[in-house]
Design a protein around this ligand. Sequence first.
Ligand SMILES: Nc1ncnc2c1ncn2[C@@H]1O[C@H](COP(=O)(O)OP(=O)(O)OP(=O)(O)O)[C@@H](O)[C@H]1O
Ligand SMILES: CC(C)(CO)[C@@H](O)C(=O)NCCC(=O)O
Ligand SMILES: [K+]
Length: 259
Amino acid sequence: MLLCIDCGNTNTVFSIWDGERFLCTLRTATEHTRTADQYFTWFATLIAHHRIEARITDVIISSTVPRVVFNLRVFADRYFNTRPIVVGKPECLLPHPARVDAGTNVGPDRLVNSAGAYDRHGGDLIVVDFGTATTFDVVAHDGAYVGGVIAPGVNLSLEALHMAAAALPHVDVTKPQAVIGTNTVACMQSGVFWGYVGLVREICARIRAEYEAPMRIIGTGGLAPLFATGDVLFDTIEDDLTMHGLTVIHAYNKENGAA
Ligand SMILES: Nc1ncnc2c1ncn2[C@@H]1O[C@H](COP(=O)(O)OP(=O)(O)OP(=O)(O)O)[C@@H](O)[C@H]1O
Ligand SMILES: CC(C)(CO)[C@@H](O)C(=O)NCCC(=O)O
Ligand SMILES: [K+]
C-alpha cells in the first residue's frame, strides 16, 4: 500500500492508497517541529480507530514546507522501512516536466495537481486550488505545467483583515445572504466571498484569453465547493486531486525504475 503525504503551509494530509481506492484520509496541522515518532503515534492511533489494516510499503511526499521533509523521511524509513519519493527532488521523475523560467522552483503541490488533473482530463486545463494560497495552474496540451497565478488564500485574507484592523474580528468564510452586509461580520464575509468569486472569474477569463486553445477549469481544495455556489464556473470539482496526482507520480516512478 502507498502512503501519500500532502504537506501544505497550513495542513498536512495523509491518505492510504491500496491500488484501487483511498482507505482513509487523515489531516493534521503542519508543524516542522513534529518528529517521526510523533507522526507515527498520531498515525497509528487513527488507523486503529478506523480499523484499517495498513500495510504500507511505499511513501510519496509533496511538501510546500521544506523543513518538514526531514522528519517525514525518518518516519518512512523507521516505521515502514522505505525510502520515500519526494516530489520536486531531482530523483523524482515527473510524467511531464514543467516548462517555466530557469531557476523557478514550482510548488510541488502545483506539479502534483497538474499531474493528477492531466491524468483524469487530458491537457489544456486551469486547476484552481483553494489552499493557504489560491493557485491557478495552467496544464498544457501535453500535460506539462506551464505557469499560472498565485493569489492570497481565502482564509489568509480574512486573517489579514483581523490582524491589521483592531475592530475587525476573526471570522470564517461562508457565502453571505446578501452582498450588502448589515453588520461587521457580514460585511467582511461579503468582501471576501464576492471578492474571491470575482478574482477567480477574472483570472480564469484572462488566462483563457491569453491561451491558444479552449480550456477546462478544475476546482480543488476544501473551499472549492463553497465558491462553486457563487457562480464561479468550474467544469468539475475534485477534492482528491492532489492525492490522485501523488498516486500518478508514484506509479510513473515505479514504472521508470526511479523508485
Ligand atoms: N469539506 C470542507 N468544508 C469546508 N471547509 C473545508 C473543508 N475541507 C477543508 N476546509 C477548509 O478549507 C480550507 C482549505 O483547505 P485545504 O485543505 O484545501 O487547504 P489548507 O490545508 O488550508 O491549505 P494548505 O494545503 O496550503 O495547507 C481550510 O481552512 C479547511 O479548514
Ligand atoms: C504557492 C504555494 C504556497 C501554494 O501551496 C506553493 O505552491 C509554493 O510554495 N509554491 C512555490 C512558488 C511557485 O509555485 O511558483
Ligand atoms: K492543499
